[in-house]
Write a protein that binds this ligand. Sequence first.
Ligand code: CO
Length: 433
Amino acid sequence: MTSANINNAMLSYIQDSPTPFHAVKGLQDKLHAKGFERLCEGATWNLQANGRYYVTRNDSAIIAFKVGNQNSLKNGVAIAGAHTDSPCLKVKPNPEIIEKNYLQLAVEVYGGALLSPWFDRDLSLAGRVDYRTNHGELSSALINFEKPIAFIPSLAIHLDRTANEGRKINPQTEMAPIVLQLIDGEKRTLDDLIHHQLIAQKHLDVQKVLSHELLFYDVQPPNVIGFDQQFIAGARLDNLISCYVICEALCNSKDGETSLIVCNDHEEVGSASIVGAQGPFLRSVLERLTGSSPPEEFSRFMHKSLMLSVDNAHGVHPNFVNKHDKNHGPILNKGPVVKLNANQRYATSGFSHAVFSSLCERVGVPYQSFVMRSDMGCGSTIGPITSAEVGVKTVDVGVATFGMHSVRELAGSSDIHLMAKVITEFFSSREWL
Ligand code: CO
């Protein structure tokens, strides 16, 4: 795939993935088209050499893998991991607020969101709804209102003259999006809107909505921008870029060795959940992949394995160059960034760093490195958690971006293709053995 092709395909994936549920659905569709067979965690697995499989959990996390040839398990597994969730505004269970006849929906802040970019955007709502059918059964559906149905207006500067002087934002009192203006005496609830949308999406058997997990998102599509088209602007680049790229690389890699991708949910809120990296999802799949082998064999398998934890990195922002260490300021469009931290907020070791550098050189891809300034705290990824949970050597890497956790982030348009190239090579080779 050319750089432009992969960028366009990725942008439409991101546009169709306003929530982790949709992000997983998009990967599933892609894997299915590439001949991957769906597994169910509750059924017996009968994995075949050279088979291709995927399995989801809670519709918000997914693992896909290619089983290698007969003897490939002795070469371990090449794993690439990313996360499906992004910081956002999540609708509360009983969200209706009516003030001056405006119907607003109360929200919780999910993850470490930058709040100010959420104001003055055309917002829509998407997620998963669980309902009872007309036949009394439980059912669930993904919904996406798609149209801009909500807005969080800023307060006019005339009503707050200090607005440009570092004003604090209170998410409880200042951020409930306005959804509609009620006519006097009119009563409408979120359930009415959900019901309406389910019908519009041809779910005609809804008797009662029982629960919802709905996230607001900005409807502006992601785009290739800049005078010379050198940048990608969009929501959820952290970390749907990585979800897309590792899936693409898995599909395009050579067969023969065993390769796996894992896209966890709940990274932005600490990973401790049934679908998070600190949960048992990956270990459970790895154990089933190695079959009924003794623990001794599983340990040998993990010893031979390596993981790329793929999550965006902080590019050095031209207006804030002092926020980066002088020698470790990743530049957009200059290739994948290897992330290191002495205190193990990233899982990269000297060995895994060397393996990744060597892979990049083998395929002619430039690479960079990032460490946080020594006087600033460091973020983290699923890398250290996964590495500690299943005992896999890991390297943390990512595409450089600006504005991480904003409602719209910026990346380099050449970096997607470069990252895909290295990861495809990673799956095809056994550089570290
Ligand atoms: Co991330």
